[in-house]
Design a binder for this molecule. Structure first.
Ligand code: PRT
Ligand code: ZN
Length: 285
């Protein structure tokens, strides 16, 4: 069987989570030892460890069939490749920032200004779409020091916690792009490779669905059962088991973690006791 070649970041912010995702999909492969390429022993894939910036090109040229990169790298590369799945990790944003003492009143501030970035394509498009006429200075690293050394009036860089901006005396003024890790694919996969990818995608989606949901168990007096079922959203047919304690039942269901926090107080008020929320490993839909 043909092997699906997956490119992931060799070392950096995406590496650990990319490996963890593949492992959660049940793929076994030797990892570590600085290898550039490895094979899974139980799934028809080869894993290539690369710099993230090189992945779009490798995928476009079919050297790797698919890859895991940030949406920011995908867009900046302008390669003919396709996002097949958003992966819900490594969330960040690409933002414009200026020295904190700047009197910033809106995007027109950037007219006739210099902005340093490693994302000239995304930023160039953004300025064009917004009718701003600025000079984009391309630098490949430590963008945040550019205003301080007089190279630029502002920067456009990736922000997550905001502490890099803060410690360099900068303030975030516009979000250009919201990004997260994505799975990208070559646009002309042959049939056999596509079918391996479909199998992997099925597993990835099961893992993702499981991460978003929790298994919930709670005890309730029987006379409150209806009310509690009414509080739990989207619950068509919960499992209800009698407890040894007369007049009580145990109720089991699956619920999205986000919704759970919204309704926990209501559940307690309605008389639910012994509430357990348990992680789900895989969820097959
Ligand atoms: O060596 P290689 O080229 O493979 O890696 P790299 O250095 O280009 O990328 P890496 O590992 O830094 O980031 C990989 C991907 O992670 C990025 O393309 C983003 O999609 C995503 N990501 C998520 C981030 C961040 N969070 C992040 N905080 N990428 C970079 N940063 C940097 C940012 O450039 C800035 O210097 O962290 C600093 C800001 O962080 P805060 O928390 O101080 O705001
Ligand atoms: Zn990179």
């Amino acid at each position: 069987m043909s092997k699906l070649k997956i490119a992931i970041q060799k070392s950096g912010r995406l590496s650990e989570k990319s490996i963890a995702l593949l492992e959660e999909c049940g793929l076994k492969f030797p990892n570590g030892g600085g290898k550039l390429i490895t094979e899974s022993s139980n799934f028809p894939v080869e894993i290539l460890f690369l710099r993230d910036d090189d992945i779009p090109q490798y995928v476009e040229q079919n050297v790797a069939h698919i890859g895991i990169i940030g949406e920011n790298v995908f867009l900046e590369s302008e390669k003919k490749i396709t996002i097949v799945e958003k992966l819900n990790f490594s969330a960040c944003r690409l933002s414009l920032a200026v020295p904190k003492e700047t009197d910033y009143e809106g995007l027109t501030f950037f007219n006739n200004k210099k902005v340093a970035t490693s994302y000239p394509n995304i930023l160039g498009n953004y300025f064009r779409e917004n009718g701003i006429n600025a000079t984009v200075e391309v630098i490949s690293g430590s963008v945040e020091i550019a205003p301080g050394i007089g190279l630029a009036d502002g920067i456009c860089d990736i922000v997550s916690s905001g502490s890099t901006l803060l410690s360099n005396g900068l303030k975030e003024v516009e979000t250009v792009l919201k990004s997260q890790a994505v799975l990208v694919s070559n646009q002309n996969l042959d049939e056999e490779i596509q079918s391996v990818l479909n199998k992997l995608l099925f597993r990835i989606r099961s893992v993702q669905k499981a991460r978003e949901n929790k298994y919930i168990l709670l005890n309730t007096p029987n006379n409150q059962l209806e009310k509690i079922i009414g509080i739990l959203p989207g619950m068509n047919s919960p499992t209800i088991l009698p407890l040894a304690k007369e007049g009580w039942s145990s109720l089991h269901s699956v619920i999205s973690e986000e919704k759970f926090w919204d309704i926990i107080d209501e559940l307690k008020e309605a008389g639910a006791e012994g509430i357990l929320v348990v992680p789900i490993e895989k969820m097959i839909l």
